[in-house]
Design a binder for this molecule. Structure first.
Ligand code: VG1
Ligand code: CO
Length: 543
């Protein structure tokens, strides 16, 4: 049997973060690095003997080589079948769907999401479980534990499985099934949305620009928007996945999707603009001259989802990550449905979705999704917007203004301080943590602290507790500042400062966000002493 058992030793720092293991590509390419992590993952989930796995990635540099290693290791570890996207391509939501539809035991997604790709950029690997969702913490803890004690990994000696041709073949005793990455995903979208209605919208002259950012959603958007829904050719731009995403950051926000922003703020702007990230789970929405924050998008989708066939019964409940603005809470309250607050990261929505307690969920970082899969889903969000636009016959800007008039507007912005010295970032968080109990009642920048705490979450389904999930400063008058450290960075520490200010006065619904957030920003900077502690004054990225 051409199978090898390779002796190895633990490698430092194979600890999955907010969304799998994410490191510099060069780190992943070090001898045994990927192999150790894959074997630790297999061991951590109780082995893959007799199991079926879905495997695919966002097409970034090292995608193909990594898939070959994973397939050889899956076969050597006794897996029965691997379902692989043609050419190694599968978006994160498409993997989630395939796991569920095929009753697979789990899946491996090769992506560092919105982080840049290439030999000098980032790579990542995530494990999703049998429900199609990111591994919960009790599983990632086991994977990490194994990575610290690993002594051997198993791999077939012979390399090279053809993953470019559709069909079924075998690699040693394992079946390798190469599937069209788009087909089953598109079928699912067709079952959720009114494609005829959206086709009518485009036929009536509605215009759109979808920026796939040279990442994985290109083939999906071409097939669905231009193919099935009749949007004119050219609607999808940057639609061919490239190993380094055209040299850019495939991160759909006003900074990294600047071309799209420029196009949407020109006089001849299309009616609707959207973008998605590296692995297709994030979305950005922008109307003519009207950028929609992800938190506002979640609120709007919650208010209008019933206009799409898949949600016509209404929503059972919604969930948002803690730093996400409380706009959706206000909609949920008006609709009389539950709104859950979870820690950052999609894995925390899984139990609520599995238990049928929520229909929609979202994060401020441009992630929106529903119970159709167990991941956030970029193109799904775009299609839900299109379905709503087709039914409501209003512009994006008018839909948002109506929502703000009804529920008030939560001005919102995230300030990222990147590549901060880790010791300094931790010292700042520690110092702030240390004085939380003394902050209540203090007044700063015209705002009074009502509550200051560190967010912890008790999962209502399995009772597990996640602590240390972000420091919250709640001020009177509906302002809030949240501090947390990123769990997806690959260099130094990234401090995220999330700012929010509720405004309900009808003459204050069209302010510039910077203006509306000036006081809360000042208060947050003063109370945290961020500049003194880190030497940083201005954020690197504002979204
Ligand atoms: C970031 C976002 C978080 C998101 C995560 C994964 O995490 O803030 O909301 O779930 O990325 O997104 P962090 O720990 O860096 O703040 V993706 O598109 O990488 O799967
Ligand atoms: Co992503």
């Amino acid at each position: 049997m051409p199978m090898q058992t390779v002796r190895t030793r633990p490698i430092e720092g194979q600890k999955p973060g907010t969304s799998g293991l994410r490191k510099k590509t060069a780190v992943f390419r070090r001898p045994h690095y990927l192999e150790n992590y894959v074997q630790s993952t297999f061991d951590g989930i109780g082995g893959v003997q007799g199991k079926t796995l879905v495997v695919g990635g966002d097409g970034r540099f090292f995608n193909d080589d990594a898939i070959q290693i994973i397939l050889r290791m899956a076969a050597a570890n006794g897996a029965t079948r691997c379902i692989v996207g043609q050419g190694g391509i599968l978006s994160t939501p498409a993997v989630s769907n395939l796991i569920r539809k095929r009753n697979a035991d789990g899946g491996l997604i090769l992506s560092a999401s919105h982080n840049p790709g290439g030999p000098d950029a980032d790579f990542g690997l995530k494990y999703n479980g049998p429900n199609g969702g990111p591994a919960p913490e009790n599983v990632t803890d086991k994977i990490f534990a194994r990575s610290k004690e690993i002594e051997i990994y198993k791999i077939t000696a012979s390399g090279g499985v053809d993953i470019d041709t559709l069909g079924t073949r075998s690699h040693q005793d394992m079946v390798v099934e190469i599937v069209d990455p788009v087909a089953e995903y598109a079928e699912m979208m067709q079952a959720i949305f009114d494609f005829d209605k959206i086709r009518g919208l485009f036929a009536g002259g509605f215009t759109m620009r979808f920026d796939a950012m040279h990442a994985v959603t290109g083939p999906y958007a071409h097939a669905i928007l231009e193919g099935m829904l009749g949007a004119p050719k050219g609607t999808v731009v940057n639609g061919v996945p490239s190993p380094d995403f055209g040299g850019g950051h495939p991160d759909p926000n006003p900074i990294w999707a600047k071309d799209l922003m420029d196009a949407m703020y020109r006089p001849d702007a299309p009616d609707f603009g959207a973008a998605s990230d590296g692995d297709g789970d994030r979305n950005m929405i922008v109307g003519q001259g009207a950028y929609v924050t992800p938190s506002d998008s979640l609120a709007l989708l919650c208010a209008k989802a019933h206009l799409a066939p898949g949600y016509k019964q209404g929503l059972v409940g919604v969930a948002r990550s803690m730093p996400t603005s409380r706009a959706v809470d206000r909609v949920a309250q008006r609709l009389g449905i539950a709104c859950h607050e979870t820690p950052t990261g999609w894995k925390f929505f899984g139990n609520l979705l599995d238990a049928g307690q929520v229909t929609l969920c979202g994060e401020e970082s441009a992630g929106t999704g529903s119970d159709h899969v167990r991941e956030k889903d970029g193109l799904w969000a775009v299609l839900l917007w299109l379905n709503i636009l087709a039914e409501a016959k209003q512009s994006v800007a008018d839909l948002m203004t109506d929502l703000w008039q009804t529920d008030g507007r939560c001005y919102y912005s995230r300030h990222d301080y990147e590549d901060v010295d880790s010791n300094k970032a931790n010292a700042m968080m520690d110092a702030l943590r240390g004085k939380l109990s003394t902050l209540g009642g203090s007044a700063v920048a015209g705002l009074t602290v009502e509550q200051a705490d560190e967010f912890a979450y008790d999962d209502p389904i399995d009772g597990s507790r996640a602590s240390g999930q972000g420091i919250r400063l709640m001020f009177s008058g509906g302002a809030r500042a949240v501090f947390r450290l990123s769990g997806t960075g690959t260099q130094g520490a990234t401090i995220r400062l999330y700012l929010e200010q509720l405004e309900t006065a009808s003459d204050k619904l069209q302010l510039q966000p910077e203006e509306a957030l000036a006081d809360v920003r000042q208060a947050a900077m003063t109370l945290s002493e961020l500049s003194v502690m880190t030497g940083r004054v201005d954020p690197d990225v504002i979204t």
